[in-house]
Design a protein. Structure first.
Lengths: 417, 184
């Protein structure tokens, strides 16, 4: 089979790209290992909601039109949203088509899948940034009496044994799971490394409203100081809840979650926690305040000070005087450990020398080094919002334009803007 | 890198270009630090540092540095040098302070004075073997910085926080390290 472009993955990124390629009249197909919105259907816990508000759910030619713009979509709602989008744009999706190999040919790429071989000029990798849960090496030393789970295996607290739970990692996933599991009656200890603190609501507006309005989410990859570092920043401690509640470490401490430092080692059945908890909390507080300062300055410059509630600062993160540096994992107190330590993409099917030494595709704003290859959906791919649903639109518009000129023979190297 | 005359004596351009070069050639980033130590008498010993390995080859300090360590007279020692735990505090202080200067330079913050006071609390029932529930090492370490700089209090706090994040000795003290001691 032959086509001009193959998009791998029919999530919001692949579909946004499909819509944009159709606008350029570029013949293409979207290969999907499962069904449309597969990861959202099969790899998320039951209670998860988007952490972006409904009004922010928009894709090229499509937007949320329900009656609750400030609410947060449940997973069934996200799936419905993406499925309706696929229908609306009549995306040429081949479901149940798992890609097993992508190879370079003289004039493009050759792609093997469970439904046959495709030849194409260009390929768009839109299979997601979170295919595989990261599990640290020290997991091997965890006593076998403890059940360990990744967030991809976790569905709800009911599947866990009664008893204590150690959640490792305090980003969006770790804080949400810590909250839900602790409320189920299983006492949670949360191992906290570097993290990003954010209030859900500031001065009466959602924090993402501010970041959107002030242009922070639109900051470009080629305009910020250290893009490598920016791409590594952990996901913010945010949750989408009907109550719009803040889910920071203080909120977790308030319900009885115990904070400890980063899990630094496991030795003779004993977990060792880093003594850096206080500094990691101080860094997150300072960083949050810098964000709030930016927002305040923007509000003043734009004459909003009389329209929104006054500027204020949040309590600093409470850290006990001497947080525990260790925990006996053999005592039976902890029954389950959850690795909320991040995710990475699966590129096992990519038979091309395009990965860097950390296993990531080398790219310039989504334009891979291999000519005609594009990447979507990664953290800060082209803008701070790239990993959000509404971030797919601008990235797809720009990368599809690049792809179209590549196909026309108008560009051979990376087009930055 | 700036027309403001921020000068903390740190060559940030050199550090940034080293960072760039080493991220392209990570083998050069593999360093080994060394010290030798000779027993003098009693609890007095003298450590020496001179050679180390880095950037793919053997390196040397400009001069050999020596450090005497001993214990005070109340430990029935002759007090010929700092105690080893005080040297650890000094190492932490120097590491963090070097970080403060570097981060401040990078952020174009002029430092006027920086001083740190360190306190490490220790229950010596541990090292004396009186109570096996008491650890040998510090129960906790407090570092207090007094910094005069052309910056806001929050900016100074952020410099100090960032210096902890990048500090080798802070990491050594806050995280476990495998230590292998053998006898030839």
């Amino acid at each position: 089979m032959r086509t001009t472009a193959v998009i791998i993955g029919a999530g919001h990124n692949g579909l946004a790209m499909s819509r944009c390629l159709a606008e350029h009249s570029i013949d293409h197909v979207v290969l999907e290992r499962g069904e449309v919105a597969n990861s959202w259907k099969t790899e998320r816990w039951d209670s998860l909601r988007l952490l972006t508000p409904n009004w922010q759910s928009r894709l090229p030619g499509f937007a949320y039109e329900g009656g609750d713009p400030d609410g947060f979509m449940t997973m069934p709602e996200v799936i419905d949203f993406i499925e309706r989008y696929a229908d609306m744009i009549s995306a040429p999706v081949e479901i149940g088509t798992t890609v097993s190999s992508v190879r370079r040919t003289d004039d493009g790429y050759e792609i093997d899948s469970t439904q046959g071989r495709w030849q194409c000029r260009t390929v768009v990798l839109a299979a997601g940034a979170c295919n595989i849960a990261d599990v640290p090496n020290l997991a091997q030393a965890i006593p076998s009496s403890i059940t360990t789970l990744t967030p991809m295996q976790y569905r709800n607290a009911g599947q866990l044994e009664e008893g204590g739970v150690l959640v490792v990692g305090a980003s969006a996933t770790g804080t949400q799971l810590a909250d839900e599991i602790h409320r189920s009656g299983r006492p949670v200890t949360l191992a906290v490394g570097e993290h990003v603190r954010m209030p859900r609501v500031y001065r009466g507006k959602d924090i993402l409203w501010w970041m959107d309005a002030a242009g922070i989410l639109d900051e470009r990859y080629d305009e910020i100081d250290d893009i490598k570092r920016a791409r590594k920043v952990p996901s913010p401690q945010l949750a989408g809840s009907p109550q719009c509640s803040t889910l920071d470490l203080n909120a977790l401490t308030d319900i009885g979650v115990k904070l400890v430092g980063r899990l630094a080692g496991v030795n003779d059945g004993r977990a060792q926690f880093s003594g850096s908890l206080r500094n990691n909390c101080a860094l997150a507080d300072l960083k949050m305040n810098r964000l709030l300062n930016t927002i305040d300055e923007w509000a003043t410059e734009n004459g909003l000070d009389n329209e929104v509630s006054p500027s204020h600062r949040f309590e600093t993160t409470a850290v006990e005087d001497s947080p525990p540096l260790g925990m006996n994992l053999l005592s039976g107190e902890i029954r389950t450990i959850i690795w909320a330590t991040g995710f990475h993409p699966n590129y096992s099917w990519l038979d091309l020398p395009v990965l860097d030494r950390k296993g990531e595709v080398r790219h310039d704003g989504g334009v891979a080094e291999s000519p005609g290859m594009y990447l979507m959906g990664m953290n800060f791919l082209r803008r701070r919002k790239s990993s959000f649903i509404h971030g797919a639109g601008d990235d797809a518009r720009e990368l599809s334009a690049h792809l179209a000129s590549y196909v026309d023979g108008r560009t051979t190297s990376a087009l930055r803007r | 890198m700036t027309d403001k005359a921020v000068d903390n004596g740190v060559n940030v351009e050199a550090l940034l270009s080293a960072r760039e070069a080493l991220s392209e050639a990570p083998a050069g980033a593999q360093f080994q630090w060394r010290a030798t130590c000779k027993w003098v008498n009693g609890t007095h010993s003298r450590s020496t540092v001179e050679g180390f390995h880095g950037l793919g080859e053997e390196q040397k300090h400009k001069t050999k540095f020596t450090f005497d360590a001993d214990h005070p007279e109340i430990f029935a020692s002759e007090d010929k040098g700092a105690t080893p735990v005080e040297l650890v505090l000094a190492g932490l202080a120097s590491c963090l302070t070097a970080g403060v200067a570097s981060v401040a330079q990078l952020r174009e913050i002029q430092l006027n004075s920086v001083s740190a006071t360190l306190e490490g609390d220790m229950d010596i029932q541990g090292i004396l073997g009186i109570d096996s529930d008491v650890r040998n090492g510090f129960e906790g370490i407090r570092v207090t910085y007094d910094i005069d700089a052309d910056a806001t209090h929050d900016e100074i706090e952020a410099v100090v926080a960032q210096s902890q994040k990048r500090s080798a000795v802070y990491d050594l003290i806050t995280n476990p390290t495998n230590v292998t001691v053998k006898v030839t």
